[in-house]
Design a protein around this ligand. Structure first.
Ligand code: NIG
Ligand code: FE
Length: 429
């Protein structure tokens, strides 16, 4: 595995070209090259263009072609690897029982208020060993990879105490090392109020600020700090307090904002210059305007709305208001137990009035921007990581059309073929 690869004759090379988030109308522009080719050298994209032009270039530049693997992508569409920019992939236990209560009519917040929900997973995650968390997360990352995900974000937030929060983040650092999928860690200590701080939210926030976050920052265990800004969880004022201090400690910011109740989370994200605000089912018109002006990526998680039977976020209105929109799964054991990218594509295109092109930008370049990595991943441009997916169909139009089924045949990570449906799945080296 040397990261040297040439992919040629692609029916559609969907480059998604760009180095920063695409806003509004720009999201529909995928920069497609018909009969395209890509050269990846030592894991980094060296050139992309028409196959004929790339072949001419190959003759000119000093490449030892014997050292390059070649994939003939005739009759296939080729895209950048997908970026799942919002997940909670490291956790202990499951909450299948709560799902059946929700089917009977109990709401997510009712279950949370009577001591279930996030705190239920907290108990199981505190009890789990790091090794158990690693083993369960590897299976989840394998599944994500099969859907074409080459970078994922992962949040802590199922510890709510110092040791378990750090254990979750250490597990993510380890996963990032051992798995093909890159894992970008987010500190979400303010995910819920643990039993021991019941009714004392402010004291819990002080505990996170004094006893946990300095260590997380010093050890560089998380790039982002996130908070569940929601009625009966953390208020806008508490979120502002925690997140402004997080900025001082060197964290970039994300928020779980305006998910169930319109609290003003979108406005707060814009005020604080957050990289992304996520969920946003109830975002106000002012919040949408503020996010567009401040360049906050609006990260929409339609599988969660679907699973909670809540109305979808106003994605169309956000794009028409010149926001940069990203899509992600929100994979977690409670509100949204799915890592299914095909489900999210189906919901976004069929129920949120987001076009196929916009949805692809939302899962590639804008997903990368939601992780502040649009300069490194999320498109097929020279200088970026050679993270690429090859579909089993000739056009990107098949992605949502094949409802709920993955169209990904091959996944290339940093120039190495790491997943191939044709030869039985993940390729271990
Ligand atoms: O993004 N909304 C808060 N947090 C997660 C759910 C976590 C859980 O239920 O375990 C979410 O939906
Ligand atoms: Fe979430």
């Amino acid at each position: 595995m040397n990261g040297n690869l040439i992919i040629k004759n692609a029916a559609e090379l969907v480059t998604c070209s760009g180095f920063k988030a695409k806003k509004g109308k720009e999201m529909a522009d995928l920069h497609i090259i018909n009969d395209g080719a890509v050269i990846i050298k030592e894991g980094v994209i060296e050139a992309a263009g028409k196959t004929a032009d790339i072949e001419k270039q190959l003759n000119k530049i000093d490449l030892d072609r014997a050292d390059f693997d070649i994939i003939d992508a005739r009759g296939k569409a080729v895209l950048p690897g997908l970026v799942d920019s919002h997940t909670h992939l490291v956790f202990g236990g499951y909450r299948a029982e709560e799902f059946s209560w929700r089917l009977r009519g109990d709401s997510y917040m009712e279950i949370m208020q009577r001591g279930g929900g996030i705190v239920n997973t907290v108990n199981a995650t505190r009890l789990a060993t790091a090794e158990e968390l690693i083993q369960s997360a590897i299976k989840r990352l394998d599944s994500m990879l099969s859907f074409g995900v080459t970078t994922t974000e992962g949040k802590s937030g199922y510890g709510l105490d110092r040791d378990t929060e750090i254990k979750q983040l250490e597990v993510m650092a380890h996963l990032d090392q051992i798995h093909y999928v890159d894992v970008v860690p987010t500190f979400l200590g303010a995910h819920a109020v643990p039993e021991e701080y019941k009714g004392r939210q402010d004291a819990f926030i002080d505990f996170l600020l004094k006893d946990v976050m300095p260590t997380v920052a010093n050890r560089k265990l998380a790039e982002f700090c996130d908070i569940f800004c929601e009625k009966n969880v953390f208020s806008v004022a508490q979120s502002r307090h925690l997140l402004s201090r997080a900025t001082d400690l060197g964290f970039k910011l994300k928020l779980h904002a305006d998910e169930i109740v319109q609290l003003g989370g979108a406005e707060l994200a814009a005020e604080l210059g957050a990289v992304s605000a996520d969920h946003l089912l109830q975002a106000s018109d002012k919040g949408i305007k503020d996010m567009a002006a401040a360049g906050v990526v609006a990260t929409l998680l339609p599988a969660t709305a679907f699973s909670l039977k809540e109305p979808y976020a106003p994605g169309r209105r956000m794009i028409d208001s010149n926001c940069a929109v990203a899509l992600a799964t929100d994979f977690n054991p409670g509100s949204c137990f799915t890592e299914s990218i095909p489900l999210v594509f189906a919901l976004a295109t069929l129920y949120m009035n987001i076009s196929i092109e916009e949805a692809i930008t939302a899962f590639t370049l804008n997903g990368a921007a939601a992780l502040d990595q649009a300069d490194r991943i999320g498109s097929i441009d020279a200088g970026k990581n050679g993270d690429i997916i090859i579909l089993e169909f000739p056009s990107y139009h098949f992605i949502p059309y094949h409802i709920g089924v993955s169209t990904v045949e091959k996944v290339v990570k940093k120039g190495n073929l790491v997943f191939d449906k044709e030869t039985g799945g993940i390729i271990y080296c």
